[in-house]
Design a binder for this molecule. Structure first.
Ligand code: ADP
Ligand code: GN1
Ligand code: MG
Length: 375
């Protein structure tokens, strides 16, 4: 038994601490994230209707500063709520809304010292763990583009950096090398090709950081985990209405958000697909995402950001593969795994996509130019 085991009592204790409408009747595991524990909580109202909530236990092995994390989430959701309302939108559907605890806080610490938070459940929406159609991916691009655009004037430096160097590819490379040198479980021998793949690309890991140091890429408010399943899609209209999973909202580079979306979504394969013949970087998906993202966020990005969109895509994909590989070498302690070698499978899909991107580089540049106003 791990020391963060969860019992039904823990879940009910946490749910009961929030200001819920009606009588709590159910709490079931929900969603398929790699880090937090998510539950859909159901309450019966007196008039017979049902009200649902999303209850989450924050993974404090990963998020070591849960209070700072919740301060970021509260600040961003309040800010977005105000702008959405001002623009005539629906703040209860177009941004997350935190439910306070009975004593007026945005989070609850349970009797084991675990941190929990609760959101209003946005009904009549779906999320996709894998890209099935160009249209859905296009709508997710517009949602993430809008997120970036609405937050363009938010002072990024006032947010806490809850996980330092989260997308710093130079630092990620160093951490990979440390895990490789330690090789605590003697696993490096099984992944020699993957290790070589990373080592050959060390120079690339400096590219965005150098541009940032030179003052060419500005620090912005970024989401930092822009997988397609972090956008709620309206069941009826098919539009991406609400960006969720705000744990990693921090100061960062716009290219991290654009790049992470492409990494996850510019393929029809799952992130952990074992049959690599199915894992292909799809230019048509790259194109629809680039189109949607630039339609909405194009005006707030500078020419260096736009010119480096392909590099953002490649580096976020390389970084993610490197992180899965690092976790495998370190004994699978970070990402939840559901089978032996799961992190290796995930790493291989990412490196296949990096290779494909390298082979399609000129096409990626051509597509960006087609939709960019500045380059
Ligand atoms: P994780 O960090 O584990 O990825 P998420 O915050 O992304 O957790 O939530 C997991 C899943 O729960 C999402 O993919 C989505 O399907 C669902 N979800 C999260 N928040 C809401 C919400 N406010 N309303 C409806 N569904 C939600
Ligand atoms: C994790 O929590 P989830 O599944 O949305 C990870 C991301 C990775 C992603 C890979 C805090 O995201 O950085 O890109 O897995 N989140 C954290 O699927 O490390
Ligand atoms: Mg998520």
């Amino acid at each position: 038994m791990g020391d963060r085991d969860l019992t039904r009592e823990n879940i009910l204790e946490a749910a009961g601490s929030f200001e819920l409408e009606g009588r709590l009747t159910d709490a079931k595991p929900y969603g398929g994230g790699h880090i937090n524990d998510t539950f859909a909580v159901v309450c019966d109202r007196e008039d017979g209707s049902i009200k649902r909530y999303i209850l989450q236990r924050i993974n404090t092995n990963v998020f070591k500063k849960p209070v700072e994390l919740m301060e970021n989430v509260a600040a961003i959701t309040q800010y977005l709520g105000k702008i959405i309302k001002k623009n005539g939108g629906d703040p209860m559907r177009e941004t997350l809304n935190l439910i306070p605890t009975k004593d007026g806080r945005n989070w609850y610490v349970d009797s084991k010292g675990e941190y929990w938070r609760c959101y209003h459940f946005v009904e009549d929406t779906v999320t996709y763990n894998q890209v099935k159609s160009k249209e859905d991916f296009y709508h997710s691009a517009k949602a993430f583009g809008k997120f970036q655009m609405l937050l363009a004037d938010y002072p990024a430096e006032t947010l806490h950096e809850t996980i330092p160097n989260f997308h710093n590819t130079v630092d990620r490379f160093e951490k990979f090398k440390e895990a490789l040198e330690k090789d605590i479980l003697n696993r490096a021998k099984y992944v020699a090709d993957e290790i070589e793949f990373v080592l050959k690309r060390e120079e690339d890991t400096h590219k965005l950081i150098n541009l940032q140091k030179a003052g060419k890429l500005p620090l912005r408010v970024t989401h930092n985990d822009t997988k397609m399943n972090n956008v709620l899609i309206d069941k009826h209209t098919g539009e991406g209405i609400c960006v969720i999973d705000l744990d990693t909202v921090m100061p960062g580079l716009s290219l991290y958000d654009y790049g992470d979306s492409i990494r996850f979504g510019a393929t029809y394969a799952a992130e952990d697909e074992r049959d690599l013949s199915k894992v292909n970087f799809e230019l048509e998906l790259f194109e629809v995402y680039t189109k949607g993202y630039l339609e909405v966020a194009g005006d707030v990005l500078n020419s260096y950001e736009i010119e480096n969109l392909p590099m953002g895509a490649k580096l976020m994909t390389l970084e993610c593969g490197m992180r899965f590989l690092t976790d495998y070498l370190s004994g699978d302690t970070y990402f939840k795994i559901h089978r032996e070698g799961h992190n290796v499978d995930r790493c291989r899909t990412q490196f296949k996509l990096v290779s494909d991107m390298e082979a399609s580089w000129e096409d990626m540049i051509r597509i960006v130019k087609k939709y960019a106003k500045w380059v």
